[in-house]
Structures are given as C-alpha cells and as structure tokens.
Design a protein around this ligand. Structure first.
Ligand code: GDP
Length: 449
C-alpha cells in the first residue's frame, strides 16, 4: 500500500455520511478516482472505514466513507449505527458530505442525520445523489427544509455535479502549511486518557523560561502551540486537543487512538505518555503501535512518577515491565516525569529536540558500507534454498525517517531478526537515538554475473 490512512497523514479530512443506499461509496469512488482506497477495520467492530486521497485544484485532502454495516447493534455514546457514524464524522472531519437520494426524497432516517449535523461546527454539504437527469435536478425543494443550506445535486454514477461540489468544499478546507524550517521539533504528546497529557502540557506552558505562541494547525481546531527552549522552537502539536477534557463512555478508547493518530501524522517526535503508577495496558500498546507505524521519533514518558518515587519495588517493577513491553523499541529513550512536581519536563523537551535532530542525520555511503562489511563478516546473513544470502551495497536514501536501501541477492532470505541485527549495528555505530529507521531490501543480481 502506498497511502497512509489519512488519519495518520494529517491531511484535511472530508467525511461522507448518510443512510444506507444513498450512494455514499459511489460518491467516494468518484472522488477518489482509481486511486486505491485503504480499508481500515475499526477496533472492536465488524465495521470498516474506507479512506482515500483526492486532489482538486491543487489541494490534496483525505476522504473517508464509514459505510460499513449499518444493521449492527452499537453501544456507547451514540445510540444507533448511523448516529455513531455521524458522531465520528463530527469528531474528526474538517468538512462533511451528507448524502441523500433525490429519487426517494427525505426519509425519516435522513431527518435523524440532519438533526445531528445541524450541530456541526464544520461545513456540511447537502449532496443530492442520483440526480441522473434534469427533471430530477429540479426536485430539490423539500431538501432545503432540512436547514442545512443549499443542496448540490450530483450523479455519482455519471460524475455530474461532483466537480461543483468539490469546488465548494476545497474553498473552505484548511490548507496544509509549508514546512517551517525555524521549528526544531514538532512534538505530539499522546497516551490514553488520564495519564496526565494535559497536565504535562499545562506545566510546560507555565514554565517561565519557555516563550509561548499559539499557531493555527492544519485541521479544524487542531491548535498547535510553539514554545522556545535553549533558543530552539518546539511546536506542541494539537495542544487544544490535548487540553480539552476527554469524553466519557465507551467511545473514548477509539476516539483517543484516532486523535493520537492525527497528532502523530503532523509530528516529528511522539511522546507516548504512560501512567507510572499503573500497569501498562493494551491501550497504551495500541497508541505505541500507532507511533511506531508512522516511523516517527519516539520517547516513552512515565508520568506521575511522584506517586511511586519512594517505592523501590514499584519503580523496579515498572522499569522491568517497560523494558519488556517496549522491547521492540529498545532505542526509544524513557523518561520519568511528573507534571505535578515538574520533574524532567525540560529533559523531555530537550530529548525531543535531540531525537528530531537524529531523524535528520545522514550517514555517508562509504561509512555505511564499511560498517555493513564488518557486520556481515562477523555475522553472515545465512542462506536461502542452499544459496548464500549476500548484501552487496547499502545507501541512505532519505531522512525523517532515516531510510536505508540495501541491495541484496535474495531479499526474502534476509530474516527479520537479521534486519534487527543490522539496525542495531547501525545504531551502535551512528546513533539515531529515538528515531525509527526504515530498511528497504531490493533485489539485485550478482555483480559480474
Ligand atoms: P490526560 O487525560 O492524559 O490529559 O490526563 P490529565 O492531565 O487530565 O490528568 C489526569 C489526572 O491525573 C488528573 O487528576 C491529574 O491531576 C493527574 N495527574 C496528571 N499528571 C500527574 C502527575 O505527574 N502526578 C500526579 N500525582 N498526578 C498527575
């Protein structure tokens, strides 16, 4: 797959909602075109979400269709599947397409959706689908009465009216700003509810030595905050989202992961906050997984350490637990913090800047290959189908994340554990502390036959 799910990509997001059979997925396909959609199964449900990317008048944005299974029972903050679907759109989208069927007119379920959408803070576009001919285009009167503005007739099937709809939406979508080179680090502070994220952010922003300025984020209400430390500018991504108290109830877990993903998508470095006074739980691991997937910089923060500072046994247990649960990221620095006593807040910010710098580090090809040669002599990559696996050559092709391209005779023969070994050797020689690395194996024939 070449696309990252937009929730992870930080693009402005347009959500398509509406009752079943109005043509949401046809509209989705029409907008996304032939580009491949990403299907993301939602944790704990049989529903899936279709994500795609689209571009219109030079603006790239993400589209999501949460069509899924509408018959299934749902518990949680929203009473019915449809209100759950709309609720999620209200939570995460920058604009909403409310799709109706011009041929059937307004049905009771449409009224339910309209009632929820009238509370939306983002723009809502009334899309009257299946307007396949001029006679149907005229049938818009009753739709006006939904109180959601002027309807746009379209035919997703024939592509009619879709361009006009996109003209209207891109006008009001937030534009992704150009990368700001004066920023040393964009830091996302993520974690499950109640680990102390907002307390940490508030404590950081109260620090006198840090100069603070709010800046608009790329997406609706994603307000970022810039602060300065040691003369370096650090942007706390989605400060507003962190500081807003979380919702209560069953939807919280998913909402927390969704929000974390969005913040991670716009960050260089991710601080995954854990509650040091509690065991590490599955949801901590989900959020850690989301940070890893995105190949950002990673810092593990054990907050509320004040609660256990005098308890050597708990301290030791937590450290061992963390080493085990985070054994696949031995390169991520771990910091004991306390928002209450302000322990290590500056250390956390300094570490974030260092990790961001490590992500930009470039290794000269000569040095990299010298290391590779030593490593493969010391520990050869083994064999596949009776033939020795050979790594001919490596080069760093990119930064953020540092990406290494390795030319190999049998890429499939390079076992995952061997890639880990190479990664460890690269790190012990060159650093990259806190930075996720990417190794790409590419097939190449033997030199000289
Ligand atoms: P969030 O949901 O992750 O943003 O968590 P909050 O910042 O709202 O904190 C949840 C609770 O933990 C609140 O009651 C805080 O006062 C408390 N808390 C946060 N950080 C610390 C800390 O470092 N030490 C202690 N003892 N309590 C903390």
């Amino acid at each position: 797959m070449t696309l990252a799910a937009p929730a992870k990509s930080g693009l402005p997001l347009v959500a398509i909602v509406g009752r079943p059979n109005v043509g949401k997925s046809s509209l989705f396909n029409r907008i996304v075109g032939r580009r491949q959609a990403i299907v993301e199964e939602e944790a704990g449900t049989t529903r899936d979400r279709h994500y795609g990317e689209a571009a219109w008048h030079g603006l790239t944005f993400a589209v999501v269709d949460t069509g899924g299974l509408m018959g299934e029972a749902v518990s949680g903050p929203y009473a019915t599947p449809i209100s759950e679907q709309v609720g999620q759109a209200l939570e995460e989208a920058d604009a909403i397409f409310f799709v109706l069927d011009v041929q059937t007119g307004v049905l009771p379920l449409d009224h339910d959706v309209a009632a929820l959408l009238r509370q939306a803070s983002q723009p809502v576009y009334l899309v009257l689908n299946k307007a396949d001919n001029a006679a149907l285009e005229a049938e818009t009167g009753e739709f006006f009465r939904l109180g959601l503005g002027e309807p746009q007739t379209v035919s997703a099937l024939h592509g009619l009216g879709v361009g006009d709809l996109l003209d209207r939406v891109v006008e009001r979508l937030p534009q992704a700003p150009a990368r700001d080179d004066t920023v040393s680090c964009r830091l996302a502070i993520v974690g499950r509810p109640n680990v102390g994220k907002s307390s940490l952010v508030n404590a950081m922003l109260q620090e006198e030595r840090m100069i603070v300025a709010a800046e608009p984020g790329t997406t609706r209400d994603a307000v970022d905050t810039a602060l300065e430390m040691d003369g370096k500018k650090i942007v706390l991504v989605d400060t507003a989202g962190i500081r807003r108290p979380g919702r209560l109830g069953r939807g919280v877990e998913r909402a927390a992961v969704t929000r974390a993903r969005r913040a991670i998508g716009r960050a260089d470095v991710v601080a995954v906050v854990l509650d040091a006074s509690q065991d590490i739980v599955a949801q901590d691991m989900h959020i850690l997984g989301a940070a890893l997937e995105a190949a950002r910089g990673l810092i593990l923060v054990l907050n509320k350490s004040d609660l256990i500072k005098d308890d050597a046994e708990v301290l030791d247990r937590r450290a061992r637990q963390l080493r085990w649960r985070a054994r696949f990221v031995p390169w991520a620095p771990a910091i004991w913090s306390s928002a209450l006593t302000r322990r290590n807040l500056e250390t956390l910010l300094r570490t974030a800047v260092t990790v961001a710098e490590e992500r930009r580090r470039r290794i000269p090809t000569g040095k990299l290959n010298a290391l590779l040669k030593r490593a493969t002599i010391e520990h050869p990559p083994g064999a596949v189908h009776g033939r020795a696996v050979k790594i001919f050559y490596a080069t760093q092709t990119g930064v953020e994340p540092p990406t290494f391209l390795l030319f190999v005779n049998y890429p499939d023969g390079v076992h995952f554990s061997y890639q880990r070994f190479l990664e460890r050797r690269i790190r012990s020689e060159f650093g990259f502390e806190g930075a996720a690395l990417r190794l790409i194996l590419r097939k190449r024939g033997e030199p000289n036959g």
